[in-house]
Write a new protein. Structure first.
Length: 550
């Protein structure tokens, strides 16, 4: 269904091609994963397949064919006719892909209205019924109600599933999924990926699955290609790439996917001995009121304590209340009930100077640095922004503090005069961490701060966070849906579901002996099980010197 031969793509001003002599094929009903770290060329490859390369890029050589049709010579008018019908795209970031001023229903039904322009007409109710069916297909609850909501009223996972529903709508022959599950919790991720599986089997749609997560690819792709610096290093069945790679880079990807960082000899992180509490939450609740008069309890009587110097993780599905709890602790939302204490001081529903004083000691690193960093500012201006806001240092001292922070997060000082778009995703997140550290906080809230990064970059950032925690005696409140990262990074974990805390304790205890069936379901949904099973079968037959899967 998809044939890419000898494809070479250049960006203006870059001597090195972004994609160099790439060859890829995907059959009807097959899922093929494109794997590589940020900057490997995998997204450029996928954009070329759907005709969405930026004007600064050009196809220098090669061929792209879908169902026998050559695509490299199409005009923009011809591309418009094929997008959606011949090729569907699931983009990575719903924050920039959904229109914030249109309802979900308007955006989903738009694909059918555009299709109707070629002769098919449907009533308004028929369009809404089909849109609701699509939302239900991708696992969104109360689909009819969601049609009347706006993107900001849905969780990040729900917004991503809306994009998936829109791509599925016209049943294209090829579906390009560009990191479609990186922002989803493990249970929703599993459900969404199973939708890809069903569509490939039932409709014979070909799927080009762009991902940095080899564990996800191992569960759902039949074949994979590994890219680095624009080149296809190797390709083949996923199990073959994991257990018998020909390239050291592929071996590193496999190791990063299944073992984020080293732990001590007992297999768990040593727990901190500091008995003080950096954060105390007691009976915390948050009720949201909708315009229709309905009330929704996003957080319901949550209580926990974070020991000083530890990493405390909040996990749960999208909509479980994790980010809302963080916003209440940070003072970015007002609690309906309960109390928050930060460093032993009451921090509940503060305002003005009192809230600013709390922010000196607790800072936030957000999920997506592309959204969190002002594209107009230089890196130096971004990092120095908290110094200006809190009146720290003077004009002559701040550049020295910026240089010191760049050193701390492992970035060369030369990046200070660049802008975010000139940095990789991992470098951007390091800048976000440096900005959070600028006012010398004692607590850092990491809200899905690793989910948008490839596994190799993710492992490096985890190591950076670990070093910074030791060097600066930081306390982390870590919000994540990635249980493998939580297992390797956190000392304690609390599991949230529908706004309620259902289980908490030391991470090793909760993960190895969960008391709640929901916690077990989260653990069972962790990607990579197919490859782990394959590794166990190999061990039963032989004892190789080193296997990628631990």
């Amino acid at each position: 269904m998809l044939e890419i031969e000898n494809l070479t793509i250049h960006y203006r001003g870059n001597a090195q091609p972004a994609v160099n002599n790439a060859r890829v094929s995907v059959a009807s009903g097959e899922i093929v994963a494109v794997i590589g770290e940020s900057g490997s060329g995998k997204s450029t490859l996928s954009k070329a397949v759907i005709g969405l390369l930026p004007k600064t890029a050009r196809i220098a050589a090669g061929s792209i064919r879908i169902d026998g049709q050559e695509l490299t010579t199409l005009s923009e008018r011809e591309w418009v006719k094929r997008r959606g019908r011949l090729i569907g795209l699931v983009p990575q970031d719903p924050a920039t892909s959904l229109n914030p001023v249109q309802t979900i229903g308007a955006q989903v039904t738009e694909i059918f209205r555009l299709h109707a322009a070629s002769g098919r007409t449907r009533s308004r109710q028929e369009l809404r019924d089909e849109a609701a069916a699509l939302l239900e297909l991708v696992g969104i609850d109360h689909p009819v109600q969601r049609l009347s909501q706006y993107p900001h009223e849905l969780s990040g996972g729900m917004r991503q599933r809306v994009l998936i529903a829109m791509a599925f709508g016209l049943r294209p022959k090829l579906l390009i999924a560009d990191e479609p599950t990186s922002a989803l919790d493990v249970t929703v991720q599993k459900q969404v990926l199973e939708v890809f599986d069903r569509l490939a089997q039932q409709t014979r749609v070909a799927v080009l699955f762009v991902t940095h997560n080899l564990a996800v690819a191992g569960d759902h792709a039949q074949r994979a290609i590994v890219m680095r610096n624009g080149e296809v290093l190797e390709s083949g069945p996923v199990e073959e790439l994991v257990f018998n790679p020909t390239q050291p880079y592929t071996r590193d990807l496999a190791a990063s996917a299944f073992k984020v960082r080293s732990v001590d000899s007992r297999g768990v992180r040593p727990q901190p001995v500091d008995a003080r509490r950096a954060i105390e939450v007691a009976g915390l609740s948050k009720v949201f009121a909708h315009g229709s008069g309905q009330r929704f309890k996003a957080v319901d009587a949550v209580s926990f304590a974070v020991p000083t110097g530890s990493t405390f993780a909040l996990v749960g599905e999208s909509g479980s209340g994790k980010s809302t709890v963080a916003r209440l602790i940070l003072g970015l939302a007002r609690a309906s009930e309960g109390t928050v204490r930060v460093d032993g001081k009451d921090a509940t529903n503060l305002a003005g100077d009192a809230q600013r004083e709390v922010w000196r000691h607790i800072q936030l690193v957000q999920q997506n640095p592309q959204v969190a960093l002002d594209p107009r500012f230089t890196i130096a201006q971004i990092i120095a922004e908290p110094l200006h806001a809190f009146g720290i240092g003077d004009r002559s001292q701040r550049p020295h503090r910026v240089a010191e922070l760049l050193d701390q997060v492992g970035l060369p000082r030369a990046v200070a005069q660049r802008r975010p778009r000139e940095l990789s995703g991992g470098q951007q997140q390091r800048v976000a961490i440096a900005r959070a550290l600028a006012p010398q906080p004692r607590i850092v809230v990491l809200d899905e701060a690793l989910s948008a990064l490839d596994v190799v970059t993710q492992a490096r950032i985890v190591d950076l966070l670990d070093r910074l925690q030791r060097d600066l005696n930081l306390t982390y409140l870590f919000i994540s849906h990635d249980l493998e990262v939580v297992r390797s990074l956190s000392d304690y974990v609390a599991v949230l579901r529908q706004g309620r805390l259902i289980e908490s304790g030391p991470t090793a205890t909760v993960f190895e002996r969960p008391r709640n069936a929901y916690t077990q379901a989260l653990l069972d949904a962790t990607p990579g099980q197919r490859l782990r099973d394959a590794g166990n079968r190999l061990r039963a037959v032989a004892a190789p010197a080193a296997l990628a899967i631990q």
